[in-house]
Design a protein. Structure first.
Length: 469
């Protein structure tokens, strides 16, 4: 493209390289359409090659539509953050044409193609550009018709375009596969070989393979997997809080840390219970489905129960280790700061507790305050231990339910083993029957009599011919 004060000259070339638009000698533009963003990562190679060209500043124009909105983040991360290109989202080709026009006016310089020196091209009226802006997608045929309409056909140039046929075929096949994924699993070989009056021309399959929606418990599986990720993150944060709380360099305790530990423990326990309820819902909802869906649900429930049990074991070990360290810390503190120090010390008198302590006259007020502070710390530690014990009890309930799931999984494996053994026994019996049938076939007397009679007939024919001659 070349910029003038009044109009914009548009040149169509075959040798633009990896860029789709070249508004100036220092700017290369790659256009990522809706189909490119949805169907794959083919645009990434072009972006990387444009990034390798040091003399050109790369700009990527991306169509951000409702269909490609979920893929726009991937394009933005790759092009903008990883390789450092400028990403410009547009709603369609019309807005992209307007942006290119503004870009050409902003540059205001004669463009030079760094990939190939362009031959002199005839000027194109602004009406051609305005007409092109109104077309959603451009191809060679449409461009020729537009140029012929404005009497530029005798000196037209071949437009630098990309064929979207393969993209369309890929999108169509992906849509058909996602639409018929569950029907293809339920159809067996016999159904494929059976003739049907209604055949789908796109799939080539009988109408028996009708499209169906996925089971309703699939969303529960996704939710459980998300909860598993959150549980692992919370367990890491809780372990860091445990280490920070136990390895404090000072003797005073932080109430904020203890509160954070309590909140994390409650959240992890609640997430365990929530995952357990979801697993039970998956099991109950899969009973009314098809046989294939029931088998799939059983395998998924077994896998989720196994993962849930492993994370529960790790959490229980972490809580037990924290409780042991806390108890050992209390025991060491009791050795130095006990509430009953014995009659020989002359500090406290046995059998008296609370606010009725009898202190020695030589016991200073600072020492008395230290003993009271240590007593408060001990009571606070007892409350923390009680909270941890309650969380372990909750985990024990979860373990009971998970163990019942594992037992059910074991019964399923036992049934599979029984079916395999039964099948092997039936195969052996079938082999014996085949051997018996083979023996009966070899000892067939009817066939032997037929062969003897045929031989006798042949001999009689020979004798009859000999007598007549």
């Amino acid at each position: 493209m070349a910029a003038n004060t009044k109009s914009i000259q548009v040149h169509y070339e075959d040798s633009l390289g990896v860029v789709d638009f070249h508004p100036s000698s220092s700017i290369g533009v790659i256009y990522v359409s809706e189909a490119d963003a949805v169907c794959g990562t083919g645009y990434r190679q072009k972006c990387v090659k444009l990034h390798m060209a040091n003399r050109i500043r790369g700009i990527v124009i991306v169509e951000r539509t409702p269909a490609s909105d979920q893929y726009f983040k991937d394009v933005q991360i790759f092009c903008g953050l990883e390789i450092g290109l400028s990403v410009v989202p547009v709603s369609g080709p019309i807005e992209a044409a307007g942006f290119l026009k503004q870009l050409v006016h902003a540059e205001g310089k004669q463009s030079v193609n760094v990939f190939k020196k362009p031959a002199p091209q005839p000027n194109v009226d602004s009406a051609v550009l305005a007409t092109l802006r109104t077309v959603p997608t451009l191809g060679e045929v449409k461009a020729r018709q537009l140029l012929a309409k404005f009497k530029r056909a005798p000196k037209r140039q071949k437009m630098a375009t990309r064929s979207l046929t393969e993209v369309f075929i890929l999108m169509r096949n992906n849509a058909l596969q996602s639409r018929h994924i569950f029907s293809e699993q339920t159809a067996d070989d016999r159904t494929s070989l059976m003739a049907s009056a209604h055949v789908d021309p796109e799939l080539g399959l009988a109408s028996a393979r009708s499209a169906s929606l996925p089971p309703d418990w699939i969303d529960k599986v996704t939710e459980i997997q998300y909860d598993f990720t959150k549980i692992k993150e919370k367990m890491k944060e809780l372990s860091a809080l445990h280490d920070k709380h136990l390895n404090r360099p000072t003797l005073d305790d932080s109430v904020d840390e203890e509160h954070a530990i309590e909140i994390h423990t409650q959240q992890i326990t609640q997430m365990f219970s929530h995952c357990q309820r979801l697993v039970q819902q998956i099991r109950s909802r899969s009973v009314h489905g098809k046989q294939m869906e029931q088998k799939l649900a059983q395998n998924i429930v077994a896998s989720l129960a196994r993962s849930l049990q492993e994370m529960s074991i790790n959490f229980r070990r972490s809580q037990s280790a924290y409780l042991k360290k806390l108890k050992s810390r209390e025991e060491r503190s009791q050795q130095y700061f006990g509430t009953h120090l014995g009659p020989d010390t002359g500090i406290l008198v046995d059998g008296i507790s609370g606010d009725d302590f009898v202190y020695d006259k030589g016991f200073t007020s600072a020492q008395m305050q230290m003993v009271e502070d240590n007593t408060a710390i001990v009571h606070h530690r007892e409350q923390e231990i009680a909270k941890i014990v309650r969380s372990i009890q909750d985990l024990n309930d979860i373990f009971k339910d998970v163990s019942s799931m594992i037992v059910d999984q074991g019964t399923i494996l036992d049934r599979i083993d029984y079916n395999l053994e039964h099948a092997s026994v039936q195969v052996e019996k079938g082999l014996q029957q085949l051997q018996k049938a083979e023996k009966y076939q070899k000892k067939n007397r009817k066939m032997l009599i037929i062969m003897i009679l045929a031989l006798v007939i042949i001999i009689l024919i020979i004798v009859l011919v000999a007598i007549k001659s």
